[in-house]
Design a protein around this ligand. Structure first.
Ligand code: HEM
Length: 197
């Protein structure tokens, strides 16, 4: 019951952040960090790729976990899965590139780079496992992968908490979040896998 409701809340947050991602390039300057948008427009293939691919992954991820879809419409699950994987590959490669330009020097850059690499590696494992017909292992890798997709949600929850409630400076907060946005997610994903009935 708790898991079901947590998943519903996360799905709603995913859709909200996906819409934020799609709108990112068009939002007013007082809403988005100017330095980031400048980087995204200087490298449009990476910038647009990141927000469009990332937004798509956030929209498709929750749908893919629906048991109803897998039971009744397996063909849809396969096609949406391929779209999800392509979105992750595009946004992940773009994220890896953008990680080298972000705030916080080595600490911030390695945090986002590690996230991008794990995101790409986990989707590759999920793909390989399903090609081998190993559904159990495919599911485990997708739980890990989607927990990393949700880093985009954690980031936007943590940013106002660290800068607003805790009074940290924007760049210092962003650097800490380069790790905080995904390490706890992955720990929760491992716990979910281990305690799955
Ligand atoms: C999970 C792997 C991800 C990695 C490695 C990653 C990496 C990054 C990096 C490095 C930045 C900062 C760029 C800079 O400082 O110029 C950034 C910002 C951003 N990312 Fe991602 N990201 C990921 C997932 C996502 C997803 C799933 C979305 C979906 C919407 C997304 C949307 C954005 C947006 C809109 C920004 C702009 C900054 C902001 O709003 O704070 N990212 N990402």
């Amino acid at each position: 019951m708790v898991r079901k409701w947590s998943f519903r809340v996360l799905s709603v947050l995913s859709v909200m952040i996906a819409l934020y991602g799609f709108a990112f390039m068009f939002l007013p300057d007082d809403v988005v960090p100017e330095a980031i948008r400048d980087r995204f427009t200087t490298y449009p293939f990476a910038g647009y790729g990141h927000v469009i691919g990332g937004g798509l992954a956030l929209l498709l991820g929750p749908i893919q976990f629906s048991p109803w879809l897998r039971r009744k419409h397996m063909a849809w699950h396969r096609w949406l899965g391929r779209m999800y994987a392509l979105a992750v590959i595009w946004a992940g490669l773009a994220g890896l590139f953008l990680s080298q330009l972000t705030f916080g020097g080595f600490a911030g850059q390695t945090g986002f780079a590690a996230l991008a690499i794990l995101w790409l590696v986990s989707i590759a494992f999920a793909w390989i496992r399903i090609r081998q017909g190993n559904k159990g292992s495919h599911r485990m890798w997708m739980i890990r992968n989607f927990s990393l997709t949700l880093a985009a949600v954690s980031l936007r929850i943590l940013l106002p908490v660290l800068t607003g409630a805790m009074g940290m400076e924007f760049e210092a907060a962003y650097t800490a979040i380069a790790w905080l946005c995904w390490v706890p997610n992955l720990i929760i994903a491992e716990w979910m896998i281990l305690t799955r009935k």
